[in-house]
Design a protein around this ligand. Structure first.
Ligand code: GRF
Length: 197
């Protein structure tokens, strides 16, 4: 049985896509994999209620209550995550930058989805930047999390066309549809590659 923890900060639509996909059936080797925990840095994040509706354990570690003490925040995050004993940690709309020490603790088994065709547009406001650049296409990337922000090995990408009159919102909505297909597919493949037998 493979265990997946998902870190969120908001609505958790990507978390939901992962949880629902894994619940559909076993990995190719026959083993089951589940999202066993959802951790948010934002109290009351919409994804927490969605996880609870699916019977998934949830936890909140409010980064604001730690102020500038990032080490204290990450120590609490790690304690919550490690209680679930995950094989893989998925960042899904998680909006905090993690320290090298935190990343090292999950090296090789922490994934993130980023709303751009990396290596283009690491960081924020990806759709606005793609529009401003006059790109003909946009998309999303799932990558291994390393100490370089949005810089780890890319595990999968999905592309969408730019359409006339596109706004940041219309583009984000089109990319999000692809995210919900890409992330579950890449996570399954990753778990199977981990010997998800
Ligand atoms: C999505 O655009 C995703 O690419 C980014 O966070 C946004 C919200 O994700 N990482 P979710 O609905 O909270 O999964």
């Amino acid at each position: 049985m493979k265990r997946v923890a998902v870190l969120i900060s908001g609505g958790g639509s990507n978390m939901l896509a992962l949880a629902q996909d894994l619940a559909k059936g076993p990995l190719s080797g026959g083993a089951r994999a589940w999202v066993v925990q959802v951790v948010s840095n934002v109290p009351g994040a919409g994804g927490l209620a969605r996880a609870q509706e699916l019977g998934i354990a949830v936890a909140t570690v409010d980064h604001r209550s730690f102020g500038a003490d990032r080490a204290g925040f990450e120590e609490m995050m790690r304690a919550e995550i490690d209680r679930a004993e995950p094989d893989v940690v998925c960042l899904a709309g998680f909006m905090r930058i993690l320290s090298p020490g935190f990343v090292r603790a999950y090296a090789g088994r922490m994934l993130n989805i980023h709303p751009s065709l990396l290596p283009k547009y690491p960081g924020l406001h990806t759709h606005a930047r793609a529009l401003a650049a006059g790109d003909s296409e946009a998309g999303c990337s799932v990558h291994l999390v390393t100490e370089e922000l949005d810089g780890g090995p890319i595990l999968g990408q999905a592309r969408v066309p730019m359409l006339p009159g596109d706004t940041e919102q219309s583009l984000a909505a089109r990319v999000l549809v692809q995210e919900h297909q890409l992330y579950p597919m890449v996570l399954r493949r990753f778990l199977e590659g981990q010997g998800g037998l």
